[in-house]
Design a protein around this ligand. Sequence first.
Ligand code: UGA
Length: 454
Amino acid sequence: MKICVIGTGYVGLVGAAVFADMGNTVVGVDKDKAKIAKVTSGVMPIYELGLDEIVLRNVKNGNLRFTTSTPEGVSQSDVIFICVGTPQDDTGAADLTAVMAVAKEVGQNLNGYKIVVTKSTVPVGTNERVEQVIKENAQAGMDFDVVSNPEFLREGAAIEDMRNTNRTVVGTKSARALNMMRELYKGFNAPFVECDLRSAEMIKYASNALLATKISFINEIGQLCERAGANVQVVAEGVGLDKRIGRAFLNATGVGYGGSCFPKDVAALYKTSTDQAYDFKLLRSVMEVNELQKFNFMKKITKAMGENLSGCTIGVLGLAFKNDTDDIRESGAIKMIRMIRGYGAELRVYDPAAMENTKKVFGHDQIYYANDMYDAIKDVDALCIFTEWGNFKLLDLTKTKQLMKGNLIFDARNLLDQKAVESSGFVYIAVGKRTNGYTEDGDIVSTAILKNGR
Ligand code: UGA
């Protein structure tokens, strides 16, 4: 099939690469000239393992090319994917400016029957607006159909997720468009959900919101576990074995969920509900719990180390919003660093991929950017783990003990082995479980470190 993908962010670039790799002829469109030049030469604008290889291979074999010209991409294709960003606006709603601008250009350049497929995450009713905008801008009598085909890939596992998606959702009112989508996705071994436009749009938001709800739920169970003397990791295992619930997305975290999707999509769905004069109380709590998690974790740090952290140095492992990405958008780690800095501490930070992005946010004020994870913990009073990178699990505790000045470890991802950490002489404070960092009454010990003049 001849496909045009407009927008070469996560969804667009990965989509273009995977569709090309399946033998389709794909043209990727982006207004950003520098980005297009880079991508064509194999330099990816996003951190996604394996993507450069697929892109280069398909550029070489002629299945994939890139252009900055929407008219060119649209006129040469049968299927047009809209994959541009829908950031959060000041009201919490999804900003549809880019989507509507693309719809207008697509309309202006229609030169025969095409299907226009929205992959961007867009609120209920958007595809009807897209259809209207295309109609208003197309020549009279030009035939087209719109399709909603949300994407469910995760950053860091994007190629794998797209190839092995667990469902393909296609919303459209056109039988002709539906057949074309069936043909396009026939190589994917996944259930094909065909529905109306509005339901397809809602499936995407409901999915992300439910996953975010699972996280906020387990985070609150974690709060309760700490107080009641239970262990949230054991609880998650036990609960997750129920197939109706599942173990995924039940990892409690002290920094909450982050990224470019969950925070924005939960807020947008909440905005949709208020627009419909419905108060979605559960979603409001999901967001509130997510913010509170960070303040609660900060409280653990100040309870242990005191309210005035000036004169203290804290090592931080993990800056990205999750592992296997360089993305720091809405990263809990970044928010924690902002708070810790506010309490006056110096920081030594390390992340395998997100260092450059973090430098752009904080500069060098109170922050040293370490060369590796051991460099980040040299002479620090305390260590915080904020992102679930696999490598951090391999931290050599004997070496860590020698390198650190203090003996406090705050593990916001429950990454380390509690017994090993405690028996190596650390005071360990994690999430949703009692450790040697707690008194018998369930309070955080406050004598673990003496700040200023220790
Ligand atoms: C999420 C969804 O998982 C994808 O299905 C969806 O396509 C994507 O949003 C999107 O809408 O584009 P992503 O944001 O890449 O994907 O990351 P996730 O792996 O879902 O993680 C989101 C956040 O939740 C991270 O901060 C992660 O650390 C956190 N998380 C995840 C937890 O705190 N606990 C868990 O058990 C799982």
